[in-house]
Design a protein around this ligand. Structure first.
Ligand code: BG6
Length: 510
């Protein structure tokens, strides 16, 4: 860590620069697709607005659509207009648009890689990139192998041992649909790339509030001494989405909430809360600490799954006063689909720090509101002194970390209300973080260019997460059943409330 100005320290081995990122040609496979239009191009536009991009930076979209540079720029412009964090301005567009180029090609056609290689070489010359390349695979996982092989056969992959020029590859989640397919993809990737070249995205790790969890825990003296089974009763992690499956029905039918959200985002949040302090902020030290958490998760046996995992699906209902369809009525969804859009579960991190502390996780689409939040509930007070009234126990202290929206931190404490007689009631010490954070993809794309893997999933971590969810999938597949239905706009099926009630606890109310 290096002091930047008084009271401000920069984090990580590659502090994100205020100004230029290193030279690089970013080749986006599937550059005309949904992810590019909604996330990648708006993120790159915002990085450009901040004037961080190197003058030796260029974007080349490689995709099957019949486009050229001009029509691709028009498509990009529309995506940015619709999805950018900050509005598109004439000036911003003037400096961003010329960086965008398009190469049409098929992911499985060797001849198209030869053309791609030629185009990249021309851009390398034109922009003086120094031959540094990042390949972003914004494509379905089935193509990962053929795209990697295409690049290899066209001799477009350098090994990192040679230093510069670098070749990096960015992989989107979910890479695989179970443990076996995820490790097969990883095996294949490792034939073409070294682990240091592979950047596996879990975009939750790029959210500033998620990154801030480590800072909260390890840059403050007040939390860590309390951060264990000795003082914590339980932890709740909620990732609630208001939106339904939208236009992604085709993908979602093969995924479901367990693969789409729990395997990645929820377990990542769990790791941030439960990990031991890493000895340095270097990528591998941080990822080792997360891996330890995943390895400590108590594997769920089929009887645990039956009792402690709830699989739900939304039916029609009202979301903020608007009537919305049920999951089975959504586009590209089987009318009898039993895919889950909601999961709630209880798990244990079996190590010295967390022995006996339940972690309750829940996520769902079409919930009452959008809210990602972690609540740490501290132990109940002894039943003496202020807490001696048998029928009115004082509520325990809860530390709530709001990841999105309305990012912030609240600590509920007990205080005396004003006036007579003496009454005690909970009050919230509430703090709102500054709002204008970069989008997760902005942070992650900068880190790819900087070569900082801290916020990316390492192979062993991804597989450990799959191992945990695999038991759940196996139990579901061994005993197929209808999901528990919940009305859109609610907080999930009643089974979820009953699950936590069986432990004499309840979900937090928002
Ligand atoms: C994605 C999932 O990874 O995360 C989506 O595939 C989900 O289904 C999205 O909607 C949620 O991300 P965020 O940043 O909107 O909370």
């Amino acid at each position: 860590m290096a002091g930047a100005s008084e009271g401000v320290v920069e984090l990580g081995s590659h502090p994100r620069p205020e100004r230029a990122l290193p030279p690089c040609a970013l080749v986006i496979f599937g550059g005309a697709g949904d992810l590019s239009r909604r996330k990648l191009l708006p993120a790159l536009y915002n990085i450009s607005l901040d004037r961080k991009l190197s003058e030796h930076f260029v974007i080349l979209a490689f995709s099957m659509e019949d486009l050229d540079d001009e029509s691709y720029r028009a498509l990009a412009r529309k995506g940015i207009e619709e999805h950018s964090r900050r509005p598109l301005t004439a000036e911003g567009w003037r400096s961003f648009a010329p960086m965008l180029h398009y190469a049409r090609g098929r992911f499985t056609e060797p001849a198209d890689y030869q053309k791609l290689k030629k185009t990249v070489a021309e851009l390398d010359r034109q922009y003086a990139t120094g031959g540094d390349h990042a390949f972003y695979f914004a494509i379905p996982p089935d193509f990962i192998d053929s795209c990697s092989a295409g690049l290899k056969d066209a001799a477009m992959i350098t090994r990192p041992q040679t230093g510069r020029p670098f070749t990096r590859v960015v992989i989107e989640k979910p890479a695989g649909h179970d443990l076996a397919s995820a490790s097969e993809i990883n095996d294949r990737l490792s034939r073409y790339f070294d682990e240091q070249q592979i950047f596996r995205i879990d975009h939750y790790l790029g959210k500033e509030t998620v990154e801030n969890l480590m800072v909260l825990r390890f840059a403050n003296a007040v939390f860590e001494p309390l951060w264990s089974a000795r003082f914590i009763d339980h932890v709740q992690i909620t990732v609630a989405e208001r939106d339904g499956v939208g236009s992604r029905g085709g993908y979602y039918e093969g995924a479901g909430a367990l693969r789409d959200m729990v395997q990645s985002h929820l377990l990542s949040l769990l790791c941030m809360i439960a990990m031991e302090p890493p000895w340095t902020t270097d990528a591998d030290a941080v990822r080792d600490a997360k891996l330890d958490v995943l390895r400590s998760l108590h594997p769920l046996e089929p009887e645990d799954v039956a009792q402690w995992v709830v699989r739900g699906q939304y039916s029609e209902g009202l979301v903020e006063g608007e009537k919305v369809r049920g999951y089975r009525q959504e586009d590209r969804i089987a009318p009898d689909s039993s895919v889950e859009t909601f999961v709630a579960l209880r798990c244990f991190v079996e190590n010295w720090r967390w022995a006996g502390v339940p972690f309750y996780l829940r996520t769902g689409k079409r919930m009452a509101k959008r809210a990602t939040e972690i609540a740490i509930q501290f132990n109940a007070l002894p039943r003496i002194l202020f807490n001696a009234r048998p029928r009115a126990p004082l509520p325990p202290n809860v530390l709530t970390i709001r990841i999105q929206p309305d990012e912030g931190l609240a600590l509920s404490i007990i205080s005396r209300t004003a006036g007579e007689p003496v009454r005690l009631s909970p009050i919230n010490v509430d703090f709102h973080f500054k709002t204008e954070s970069p989008d997760a993809y902005e942070t992650l794309l900068c880190d790819v260019m900087l070569g900082d893997q801290t916020l990316f999933m390492r192979r062993d971590t991804v597989e450990a997460a799959w191992r945990f969810v695999q038991n759940i999938r196996d139990a579901w597949e061994a005993a197929p059943a209808e999901p528990a239905f919940y009305s859109a706009g609610s907080w999930g099926p009643v089974e979820s409330a009953l699950m936590i009630a069986a432990d004499r606890r309840s979900w937090r109310v928002f």
